[in-house]
Write a protein that binds this ligand. Structure first.
Ligand SMILES: [Zn+2]
Length: 492
């Protein structure tokens, strides 16, 4: 969050972040606006039932017989090549079936170790290039991956399916290149459109894997899919990179949306349809401010900011005529009933009890290359504030008459937290008002928190999470797009 200080002339207040405005339910929707109306429930991930079956490479399946340049014959190359083989099979069906085009395999698959290999690929050295990439054009048609650092670290953090996900994204770029105008591609297509499509194609492939079609891999829609979403999050651009900048992949919030769109349909043409107009209408990664670059939009979790947070929540939920709970620094515990550290809603006292030290740890800015929330790593100030907001929303739910531990309580809570989030958008960035406002990286911090195993944003009063991270993010996004009334109507 950023505090828009009332100090005339200060850059921080004068230059603020623009966040896309999204309309309410009754308004006409532009195609692709990130509103999810209906059919989000706790047992559903993008139309697939939430399961906790096996996830990862299938046992006893022969490895793909594909040639790779510069490979070392190790686990990472095997994993990558098996992924490529299954992607060939998938696109070998989809391109003729959906786009009326034959699929041509990738001309060169290249493996390298960024710690020591100095290959020149597509005009650049692979040394210290911790990445995976596709390049096409100029007689080149190549997918390359860093088996030394990128793939093993992803695999360690999010499991081997994260490697499959990265290759599915790169293959998405290869397919774009092959489809050209049929995938809305031209020389001048901005990076953000290419990236959104590639994430969407990746999602569509993962649906195919979930359905049991993949020879080498299987994926469950519980923890398995949560980890894929976390991978999409992890390979995000740092907040503050302009969406028009070369190499920008978009915010995790936008990327996860693109992935979810692809995952939620049988038809990869949905991804091909993503174009400049659609993306301009819904993308959250818009203009960046120098002020945001300087302070990263992180606010310290001190008394002043807690007071502003209280005001912000009171304001956001005032139309419900509920008695508003007080944020209370008390170690995060309730006198009676269950505590859900680091923030508990205590219905008897009608307070939101917080453990400030633990929240300050969560509020530490995320670091590059470190999995957010793992081993005490920070997620960001907004994650901590949204946890408080989620418990606050339980007070509202209670007084409006909802049970706080029914099946939909977690989704309703995530949705209401999204609604509060939207209410903090600065309508008038040029006139400082001393209130708490959404900074551009905040939505990513919300997504990161939602994908934690112990997420509070999508938990009921007892701290029990909605199992599907997919549904958690959808519910949050729904509140963000459609407001609190929609949350109360949807999750009954
Ligand atoms: Zn990409």
């Amino acid at each position: 969050m950023r505090v828009q200080w009332v100090r005339v002339g200060l850059t921080l207040a004068a230059v603020a972040v623009m966040v896309a405005q999204v309309g309410g339910c009754g308004q006409t929707k532009v195609a692709g606006q990130p509103s999810v109306m209906g059919d989000i429930d706790t047992t559903d991930a993008g139309g697939e039932e939430v399961t906790d079956g096996p996830t990862g490479p299938r046992d006893g399946v022969p490895n793909a017989d594909l040639a790779v340049e510069n490979g070392d014959g190790g686990d990472m190359d095997r994993l990558a090549l098996n992924a490529v083989a299954d992607l060939y099979e998938y696109w070998g069906k989809q391109m003729p079936g959906e786009f009326n085009e034959d699929f041509q395999k990738i001309q060169r698959l290249v493996s390298y170790d960024s710690r020591r290999d100095d290959l020149t690929l597509c005009g650049a050295s692979t040394r210290e290039f911790v990445n995976a990439f596709y390049c096409g054009g100029g007689g080149e048609d190549l997918i390359a991956w860093d088996r030394g650092v990128l793939l093993p670290s992803l695999s360690e953090m999010f499991g081997p399916m994260s490697v499959v996900g990265v290759l599915a994204h790169e293959m998405g770029h290869a397919v774009q290149f092959r489809l050209g105008a049929k995938s809305n591609m031209s020389q001048s297509t901005p990076t953000i459109v290419r990236e959104q499509q590639a994430d969407c194609y990746m999602g569509n492939f993962m649906r195919w894997v979930v359905k049991g079609n993949s020879k080498h891999f299987q994926l469950n829609t519980g923890k398995g899919l949560n980890d894929i979403l976390a991978t999409v999050f992890f390979i995000r651009d740092p907040a503050g990179l302009d969406s028009k900048t070369e190499g920008a992949h978009g915010l995790a919030f936008d990327r996860v949306y693109a992935f979810q769109e692809g995952f939620s349909t049988e038809d990869p043409k949905r991804c091909a349809a993503m174009d400049v107009e659609e993306i301009d209408n819904r993308i959250e990664e818009k203009e960046r401010s120098e002020g945001d670059e300087a302070d990263k939009g992180e606010a310290p979790l001190d008394d002043n900011v807690l007071g502003l947070l209280q005001e912000s929540l009171d304001e956001a939920f005032k139309d419900n005529n509920a008695e508003q709970p007080e944020i209370t620094v008390n170690g995060g515990k309730c006198e009676k009933g269950k505590s859900t550290s680091p923030v508990s809603y205590c219905p008897d006292e009608n307070i939101v009890g917080i453990d400030l030290d633990k929240l300050k740890q969560i509020a530490q800015p995320p670091k590059d290359g470190v999995q957010p929330g793992a081993d005490g790593a920070g997620i960001g100030d907004f994650a901590a504030m949204a946890e408080i907001a989620s418990r606050y929303s339980l007070a509202i739910q209670k007084q409006v008459g909802f049970p706080l531990d029914d099946e939909n309580a977690g989704l309703r809570t995530a949705c209401l937290t999204g609604a509060w989030t939207e209410s903090t958008i600065d309508e008038d960035p040029n006139s400082p008002d001393g209130k708490l406002h959404l900074a551009v990286g905040d939505l990513d911090e919300a997504v990161a928190e939602l994908l934690q195993d112990d997420s509070l944003i999508a938990a009921d009063i007892n701290g029990d999470q909605v199992p599907s991270g997919f549904a958690r993010v959808e519910a949050f996004r729904m509140g963000y797009a459609d407001g609190d009334t929609a949350c109360m109507e949807e999750f009954v």
